[in-house]
Ligand binder design. Structure first.
Ligand SMILES: *Cc1c(COP(=O)(O)O)cnc(C)c1O
Length: 451
């Protein structure tokens, strides 16, 4: 008997098959050849069995998979507004347009158009940040982690930084305050206890080596019960009296007071600056709702020290970030426009009735396997820990699929849908589904339920 593996077609024969040759119109030949070879490898491994769906379909599937971008857009139906795994903040239209404009051609990134000479990339967002926050000076870097690393290096390298034991936190993605501090070249001096740290603890630890009093916002967990901590304003005062600097790692860059929408407890950038610390570090893509960025705000001396640090170059932001951040910040000149147009703020402040209407539209489109239930959304991204936002969820019931099976099918949609499982059902939260995505979601859900 002949080995069936010998009967497999040759690469060239498959490439010449009209249904496979036609793929060359849309894909580079190298990709096609690789897909044909891999399809043959699979058949050989299966003892010479041709693919069940036929050669052309198998090659087609492989080419499509290889050609698809790895960093693909998805629909966030989880209700977690700042979902770090899903890219945090979707950008406002003006920010997207600004990015596209500088991407398509040259820009005045480091060029002073007035003088016709070299300028600084740091000029672009600086004035807007100063205008919006009242800080004396500002600097934008790659992300908030980089902002903290740079600030500690600039202010405390080879000296001591005093931190409360209650604030030696991990943010996620292995970002731990003690590790960042060590990398900055500063020596960590721990004071207080996990639940209680007083101003006198800091004061007792100050030596002639002290360079920085660091306050870290506990952005992703809550400490309740018998607790105490020293307010930033008192740390700032103690630092001034001790000849040291004060630094406040705020995490989120909240520029609007969201308490009228039931979101309280997260300090705003204005509140942090009002404490008179020398430097505040915050994020551009958490509550600010812009691109990934780290923002340093504070006194001229502290910001200039950051500029001069050798790490500044290593953590500087790129032109897309600066363009998107500038456009996002410009929206804050009219707080109501910011709330409407910055997607993160719109989602966080959307009222339940509006979410219900969008849920109803979705439910109607999907049919009787969908129904509305009350539920909760989350802010996410290490901000407003513990805060729950009332929402309305679209609960799905599949006849022959488990909840996990249905969630898997939704992730296979052309525009993958990331859903949540709640009480054994797949649920979709309209809060984080962009308004223009409703019809796409309904179509994908129908297909997943019917398949
Ligand atoms: C999120 C966070 C950071 C890190 O911010 P990235 O933008 O992710 O780099 C640092 N400090 C605090 C307190 C945070 O919440």
């Amino acid at each position: 008997m002949t080995d069936p593996r010998r009967r497999l077609p040759a690469v060239d024969v498959l490439l010449a098959e009209p249904a496979i040759a036609a793929l060359a119109a849309a894909h580079p030949r190298s990709l096609l050849v690789r897909a044909v070879r891999e399809t043959l490898d699979v058949a050989r491994a299966n003892g010479g069995e041709p693919p069940a769906e036929g050669w052309a379909a198998a090659v087609h599937e492989r080419v499509a998979r290889a050609a698809a971008p790895s960093l693909a857009p998805v629909i966030n139906a989880t209700g977690v507004v700042l979902h770090t795994n899903l890219g945090r903040a979707p950008l406002a239209r003006p920010a997207i347009d600004a990015m596209a404009r500088v991407a398509a051609g040259y820009s005045a990134l480091e060029y002073d158009l007035g003088r016709g000479a070299r300028g600084s990339r740091h000029a672009h967002c600086r004035d807007l940040l100063v205008e919006l926050t009242g800080a004396a000076d500002a600097l934008v870097v790659n992300n908030a982690a980089a902002a903290l690393l740079l600030a500690l290096s600039a202010l405390a390298r080879d000296g001591e930084a005093i931190v409360s034991r209650g604030e030696l936190i991990e943010i996620g993605g292995s970002f731990r305050i003690p590790d960042i501090l060590a990398r900055s070249g500063a020596r960590l001096v721990e004071v207080g206890t996990t639940n209680r740290t007083h101003l006198r603890d800091y004061a007792g630890a100050v030596t002639h080596q002290t360079r920085v009093l660091l306050k870290v916002h506990r952005s992703n967990f809550q400490v309740t019960g018998f607790t105490a901590d020293a307010p930033a304003a008192e740390l700032a005062q103690l630092a001034r009296a001790s000849g040291a600097a004060s630094l406040y790692d705020l995490g989120s860059g909240l520029l609007l007071d969201l308490s009228p929408w039931g979101l309280a407890g997260e300090p705003t950038v204005h509140e942090a600056l009002a404490s008179q610390v020398d430097l505040v570090a915050c994020s551009g893509d958490k509550l600010l709702g812009g691109p990934q960025a780290g923002i340093l705000l504070g006194s001229e001396a502290a910001v200039q020290a950051c500029h001069k640090d050798p790490l500044a170059r290593a953590v500087r932001s790129d032109k897309f970030t600066l363009a998107a951040l500038e456009a996002t910040l410009a929206l804050y000149r009219d707080p109501e426009a910011a709330r409407r147009e910055i997607p993160v703020l719109r989602m966080l402040t959307e009222d339940v009735e509006s979410i219900r209407r969008r849920g109803e539209a979705l439910t109607k489109d999907v049919g009787k396997k969908a129904k509305l239930i009350d539920g909760e959304s989350e802010v996410g991204g290490g901000s407003f820990p513990g805060a729950k936002l009332k929402t309305v969820l679209v609960q799905l019931t599949a006849d022959r699929l488990t909840a996990d099976g249905l969630a898997g099918r939704l992730r296979e949609a052309e525009l993958p849908i990331i859903a949540r499982i709640h009480d054994g059902h797949v649920v979709l939260d309209p809060r984080t589904i962009l308004p223009e995505q409703t019809a796409t979601v309904a179509r994908a859900v129908r297909a997943a339920l019917d398949a």
